[in-house]
Ligand binder design. Structure first.
Ligand code: CP3
Length: 348
């Protein structure tokens, strides 16, 4: 399918654009009153993810409000561990919790690989429903959590500040951890290939917890499995879609990420965007990296921050504007309007 607004695809191919493509991580979510309404109607967050009509509706909501250049699948990264039988729940105020976290090597050895069509078909149903609504207007980004980030939640059982239980496997049982990452890599590859078949135009790996690792461990336990996924997508599934890697807290390792076969690298707000662009220029697109907390500030601060931090970046080939992490539930929808107006006023 030829996509009408192809700024994101052009950026990922390192082709020039009239202005940088822009989308926002978590662009569909609780900061929007219309999201909260549909979410209440659906029941739980996972009920929303399993309802193709409502999930595709909330994916459209930010596109109606704002001039964004991409849509993103509405789902969550924890769908795979849930399909592996860990029993995912979202408790209010607590975030995700697994009823049956992984505690032993034996549990890893007997962990089943889910049948993607059977058990994760509800995700590709959402993608197809989104495509029906979007037509050929905008690209759709499919995604998965990275093996390391999914392993963090599966071994820890819930989100914690430092994932110390999960990280203790690095020292106590590295081979067990490796087996878990291998199983996850296989499932994630199949899951992303199914998303490609269902109409995704771009794939993204969210490695939210890569930054918890030492540089040496990052290479082995986070980056290498993501590299394997990209290789397997190409070889096993004949899937040539561009892949964006986002390892939060890992901007010191951009040069190694560029060797993974990815088309784009995402960075959080800790690195100066111009310094990051210098490293990726001519090799991959760069996505980021406005600190999402600026959306908690007044319009003037948002405007000034965007204008100063991105003055040079907006003219660069391969630059994709985004936040450095997901938009916060407390962000104001009007702040997003200010942000996009400031950004668009800077080019042409
Ligand atoms: O970007 C988008 O609009 C697409 C949808 C999307 C969601 N989660 C929806 C969601 C994406 C891409 C994710 C990825 C995700 N999920 C990540 C990686 C990116 C990141 O933020 O680091 C992680 C770590 C998760 C796990 C997760 N899901 C957590 C920790 C939470 C609870 C914390 C929170 O923000 O509430 C969720 C729930 C979740 N995922 C919500 C949404 C819209 C809020 C659920 C609700 O409506 O109650």
């Amino acid at each position: 399918m030829v996509i009408e607004n192809d700024r994101l695809l052009r950026a990922l191919r390192l082709e020039p654009n009239d202005r940088p493509p822009v989308w926002l991580m978590r662009q569909a979510g609780r900061y929007l009153p219309e999201y909260r309404k549909v979410r209440a109607q659906a029941g739980s967050f996972m009920d929303l993810c399993r309802n193709a009509e409502l999930a595709s509706e909330v994916a459209m909501q930010p596109l109606r409000r704002y001039p964004l250049d991409a849509s993103i699948l509405f789902s969550d990264i924890l769908t795979i561990p849930d399909a592996m039988g860990l029993g995912l729940q979202f408790l209010s105020g607590e975030g995700p919790v697994f009823e049956r976290p992984i505690k032993t090597l034996k549990a890893i050895e007997s962990l089943p690989l889910p049948d993607v069509d059977q058990e994760l078909g509800y995700v590709t149903d959402v993608l197809r429903a989104m495509r029906m609504r979007i037509g050929d207007k905008l690209p759709i980004i499919g995604f998965s959590g990275s093996p390391w980030t999914l392993a963090c939640y599966m071994l820890e059982g819930r989100g914690t500040r430092d994932f110390s239980t999960a990280r203790s496997w690095l020292w106590r049982e590295p081979r067990g951890l490796q087996l878990l990452l291998d199983k996850l890599s296989t499932s994630i590859t199949d899951y992303l290939a199914a998303q490609a078949d269902a109409g995704a135009d771009v794939l993204m790996l969210f490695d939210t917890w890569g930054g918890l690792l030492s540089e040496a461990h990052y290479q082995i336990f986070s980056l290498q499995p993501m590299k394997t996924i990209i290789e397997q997508l190409r070889s096993r599934h004949n899937c040539t879609l561009p892949v964006i890697l986002f390892s939060k807290g890992c901007h010191t390792q951009i040069s190694d990420m560029l060797k993974s076969g990815c088309a784009g690298v995402g960075v959080d707000w800790r690195i100066d965007i111009n310094a990051a662009l210098k490293q990726t220029r001519g090799k991959a697109a760069l996505q980021g990296n406005l600190d999402p907390t600026v959306l908690l500030a007044d319009a003037d601060s948002i405007q000034t921050t965007v204008r100063t931090q991105f003055a040079e970046a907006v003219g660069q080939t391969g630059f994709i504007f985004n936040l450095g992490h997901g938009i916060m539930p407390e962000a104001s929808p009007e702040g997003v309007t200010v942000l996009l107006e400031a950004l668009h006023s800077m080019s042409g």
